[in-house]
Design a protein around this ligand. Structure first.
Ligand SMILES: Cc1cc2nc3c(=O)[nH]c(=O)nc-3n(C[C@H](O)[C@H](O)[C@H](O)COP(=O)(O)OP(=O)(O)OC[C@H]3O[C@@H](n4cnc5c(N)ncnc54)[C@H](O)[C@@H]3O)c2cc1C
Length: 210
C-alpha cells in the first residue's frame, strides 16, 4: 500500500515505536517525504525503548532481543545501531524435576526422568504417525500440532502460560515466526541416544531511544 501512494498524499503516523519509525523509514526510502510522526511520549521507541536512571543504570522497557532473520530488517538494524550491538551466545536453562534442562527444552529432554522423556517422545511419535490436519485455530493447537501432547503437557503449555499469563486457547500463533525453536522426532531421539545437547546460537541486542 505504501508503494502506491501519490507523491502529494499527506501521511500521519501515530506513535514513534518501532512500527511507526519503520513506516516513516520505509516512506522515505520510497521517496515519500510528505509525512509526520506524532508521539504522545517525550521520546521515541515505544515499548522497545530504554531509560537511564539517576544512578546511571540503563533499563530496557521490554527485552531487546533481535529475533529476525530477514535480511532487509537485519540490514536496517545494522545501519541504525552500527557499533551498539551486544552479542551474546544464548544460554538459558529450565528448572524442572530438580535439575536444569538447557534451552530449547524440547530438544534436550534427555535430562528428564525416563517416564517423562518417554511421554514427550510418545507425543512426537503420535504426531509422526498422525500429523495434525489443517491449520491450528490458536496457539494451544499450534503447540499440540508442533510438539505433540507430551511436550505440550510437560513444558510448552505451563511455560507459555507463565510467560504470557494468558491461555493458549485464546492466543493467535502467527506472531511466533522464528521466535520459538520447533522440534522433530529425529532431533529429540538424537539428543536422547547420543546424550548431546542441542542448543541454538543466538544474537542479543539492546538499543536505547534516549
Ligand atoms: C516486556 C517486553 C519484552 C519484549 N521483548 C522483546 C524482544 O526481546 N524482542 C522483540 O523483538 N520485541 C520484544 N517486545 C515487543 C516489542 O517491544 C514490540 O513488538 C514493539 O515495541 C511494538 O512496536 P510498536 O511500534 O508496534 O508499538 P509500541 O512499541 O507500543 O509503540 C507505540 C507508540 O505509539 C505511541 N502512541 C500510542 N498511542 C498514541 C497516540 N494516540 N498518539 C501518539 N502516540 C501514540 C506510544 O507512546 C508508543 O511510543 C517486548 C515487549 C515487552 C512489553
Amino acid at each position: 500500500m505504501i508503494g502506491s501512494l501519490k507523491p502529494d498524499t499527506r501521511v500521519v503516523i501515530l506513535g514513534a515505536g518501532p512500527t511507526g519509525l519503520g513506516a516513516g523509514y520505509r516512506l522515505k526510502e520510497l521517496g515519500h517525504s510528505n509525512f509526520r510522526i506524532y508521539e504522545r511520549d517525550d521520546h521515541a521507541g515505544g515499548l522497545a525503548s530504554s531509560f537511564v536512571d539517576p544512578q546511571g543504570f540503563t533499563w530496557d522497557i521490554g527485552g531487546h532481543v533481535q529475533f529476525s532473520h530477514y535480511r532487509y530488517f537485519d540490514d536496517l538494524m545494522e545501519k541504525a545501531l552500527a557499533n551498539q550491538w551486544l552479542q551474546h551466545e544464548r544460554e538459558s536453562w529450565v528448572w524442572i524435576e530438580n535439575k536444569f534442562v538447557p534451552y530449547p527444552f524440547q530438544n534436550n529432554i534427555r535430562y528428564l526422568a525416563p517416564e517423562t522423556r518417554w511421554k514427550c517422545i510418545q507425543g512426537l511419535i503420535q504426531l509422526y504417525k498422525q500429523p495434525f490436519q489443517g491449520r491450528p485455530k490458536n496457539f494451544r493447537e499450534w503447540i499440540d500440532a508442533t510438539f505433540g501432547a507430551g511436550l505440550a503437557d510437560v513444558f510448552m503449555i505451563p511455560y507459555n502460560f507463565k510467560v504470557w499469563a494468558y491461555p493458549g486457547e485464546e492466543m493467535d500463533f502467527n506472531w511466533i515466526g522464528e521466535r520459538v525453536a520447533v522440534t522433530d522426532l529425529e532431533k529429540v531421539l538424537y539428543n536422547v541416544l547420543h546424550e548431546k545437547e542441542i542448543c541454538p546460537g543466538g544474537r542479543t541486542t539492546r538499543f536505547s531511544s534516549r
